[in-house]
Design a protein around this ligand. Structure first.
Ligand code: SAM
Ligand code: SF4
Length: 340
């Protein structure tokens, strides 16, 4: 305990980085099969291995007590988990009590038409929606199982409900590289920020090569600058994106560049999977089992010891690389396990 507040000491890793951001993958399942994220014939975890919503709540609450200020629910697709609104509503109590600055989620948007208003009621103010294309045919080709119309309807419902929407688009060579200007325009018309993401080497995709998908975002930015005035900003959302403001639309465009610019020095986050495994870095295999200490006792003592020990193992950074020699997976798990 610290004397001043009698609160537990916050989580600080061996490199002096305070860990204040927890991302939680609430399910590994999804109603889409995006080509860069999953193989079409994915096998999912047996339900018995997955934490209950009550257990996820208890884990998140323990992190909030240890200084977590931002919680992001992700997946898989978080909104396909049964009764997910019960968890979101319950976690919203920490926002309402002032113990959490932000409760948010990353979603593919397919269920937003149903849940947008409930999210607002629960205390969610901003969401990230993943949308790589505005072309319904391409959308189907990228997501394999998704329907563009339903996602567009969901995004509109989120806007109508008062949620700030940020669109996340993975830059994919030969797939959406002819649409970047249109996406800036589309987001600008709706008041949405837009973040481009470099495809990361996570999980085996079968026959699909990362080298065929990868575009460095330096190239995307250079292309955008042929039409838009991009003004540098120091705006940050607690995540790794670097933002510019598009003078013509007033909206922001962010760039998440794990490959061309390593942002690990300011990393403030850890990631929890739906089985209670804590990954201290998205790009490394090392992980800590929190499910065992969680289930061993109703008291959080063992759990907190396990969290602290894990944070002491947080590595300095990832070593993602995609080039001619290395275009397979840097880590074997898919993005849907640890969430984006
Ligand atoms: N299903 C939700 C969604 O799609 O927003 C949440 C989970 S998804 C794994 C989170 C984010 O990771 C999405 O924006 C997705 O585009 C991104 N993503 C998935 N696989 C990726 C990869 N290999 N490289 C970069 N981003 C990836
Ligand atoms: Fe599902 Fe999201 Fe992965 Fe697409 S990116 S398959 S929507 S988890």
């Amino acid at each position: 305990m610290t004397d001043a507040t009698m609160r537990p000491a916050p989580l600080v890793d061996p490199f002096g980085r305070a860990v204040t951001y927890l991302r939680v993958s609430v399910t590994d399942r999804c109603d889409f099969r995006c080509v860069y994220c999953m193989a079409e014939d994915m096998s999912f975890l047996p339900k018995a291995e997955v934490l209950s919503l009550e257990e996820i709540d208890r884990l998140c609450t323990a992190f909030v007590k240890l200084g977590t200020r931002k919680l992001r629910l992700t997946g898989g697709e978080p909104l396909v988990r049964r009764d997910i609104m019960n968890l979101i509503t319950s976690l919203g109590r920490h926002v309402k009590a002032g113990d959490l600055d932000e409760l948010t989620l990353t979603t593919n948007g397919s269920m937003l038409f149903k849940y947008a208003e409930g999210l607002v009621d629960a205390g969610v103010k901003r969401i990230n929606v993943s949308l790589d294309t505005l072309d319904p045919h391409k959308f189907q080709a990228i997501t394999r199982w998704g329907k563009f119309g339903k996602v567009a309807e969901g995004i509109q419902a989120a806007k109508n409900a008062g949620l700030a929407v940020k669109i996340n688009a993975v830059a994919l060579k030969g797939v959406n590289d002819d649409e970047f200007h249109r996406m800036v325009e589309w987001c600008g018309e709706r008041g949405f920020d837009l973040t481009f993401i470099e495809v990361m080497p996570l999980g085996d995709l079968g026959d699909v090569s990362r080298l065929d998908q990868y575009i460095p975002l330096t190239q995307v930015r250079a292309e955008l600058e042929t039409r838009w005035t991009l003004e540098d900003t120091d705006y940050r959302t607690g995540g790794p994106a670097r933002y510019v403001r598009v003078k013509e639309t007033g909206c922001r465009v962010g760039f998440i560049t794990p490959l061309t610019h390593n942002f690990c020095e300011s990393c403030n986050r850890v990631r929890l999977t739906c089985t209670g495994t804590l990954y201290m870095c998205l790009g490394q295999e090392d992980a800590a089992d929190l499910r065992t200490p969680l289930r061993l006792s109703d008291d959080n003592g063992l759990l907190i010891d396990a969290v602290r020990a894990a944070i002491q193992r947080k590595p300095k950074g990832h070593d993602f690389i995609i080039d001619r020699n290395r275009h397979g997976a840097a880590v074997s798990r898919h993005m849907s396990v640890t969430g984006g």
